[in-house]
Design a protein around this ligand. Sequence first.
Ligand code: SAM
Length: 392
Amino acid sequence: MPHIVFEDKKEIQFPKKVDDIEFIFEAVSKHESKILTKVGELEFLLSKKEKSSKDGRCLHILKSDKATRPSKAYVIKKALTAFVDTYGVEPTFSNINNLKDYTKQSNTYLKEIDYFTNDFNTTKEVWVEIGFGSGRHLLHQAKKNPDILIIGLEIHTPSIEQVLRQIELQEIENVLILNYDARLFLEFLNSNSVGKIFVHFPVPWEKKPHRRVYSKEFVDEALRVLALNGTLELRSDSKEYFDFSLGILTDLTQCHIEIDINKDLEISSKYEDRWKKLGKNIYDLTLTNNILSPSSQNESSFEFDSIDINGLQEKLPTKSLVKDDYFVHFEKLYTITANSVLVEVTFGSFNKPLSKFILIENSKARYLQGNPLITKANTKAHKTINEILKND
Ligand SMILES: C[S@@+](CC[C@H](N)C(=O)[O-])C[C@H]1O[C@@H](n2cnc3c(N)ncnc32)[C@H](O)[C@@H]1O
């Protein structure tokens, strides 16, 4: 991680702008501050923390703040270099000189979640594969069904890189890959828009069942996005996972369930080969959707009411607010001026908590780096945050 260590000898003034780099303000809390920085159009925070030194000097470490960190290390290097030049600080340590202007090559088939919230639009039938691992099944289905668009979800980066290489080598064009938690992804798809969802050999999480892909909420979302006669297909070697999933499905009325043991598929995955060699049973649980779902109401407002920052610190709950399907935790308040503060807050879904900064200036508030993704959990959490922050 690019960072510098320097002795804080002189007062540092804000704002300062040099070329396309701007240091806008410093927001201060105990032992730590955040510097709002802009490189071109990109807005992020630099984090400045006290660092103990053996000879009693007042040293500070300056690096990119984790929650707002730009994806390209080069941008952080540029900001740190400009900080050194602009304020004339003399680093006692720096690891920014050997960073190259490396901008990761974009890949047509690798998408960010924003693509699915803003731009995703297709006339093709969509299938989704969750946790594709080595990608054998995903690639097989994509080649066999060129008219289908297959979205592959995975959270293991080496598997994603390996499958992206195969997509290129095999010249497959009907696949989109996303590094995102499958438990939360279906929320971004339109109702009745998916033909098949494959969940093959999900991690059984025997000791932590709450981490399983299958849950009542997941199955409800799957039923909403599945088209009429669309299927949700579980294949697993874990009898416990199979029983657990069956337990969720048997309460449902709008679908048909089919169970198989040791069914042969056209393609066998790495995991399947391993379990077959060990002579283990393989269970299939297929749910077919029988109803049309109403379109999802994912409209959301992330606006804030007017906020009085006087006494705000005392108003912020010190404990996490935990509800059934979301939480809010106020981390820290940073002071900028008499009229402005920065509030660090973690919130949203338990499976994918979001860390954001809220900038409040002259009673008006906004999320730094834009609004949160529109999800049910984020929308509910925002309402709670606004209720706490707003004027009584
Ligand atoms: C046991 S492997 C099975 C891989 C592949 N489906 C197969 O049959 O060989 C489970 C895969 O699911 C991925 N995974 C686990 N939890 C996930 C989640 N919440 N969202 C997306 N992928 C997940 C893991 O990274 C892993 O690659």
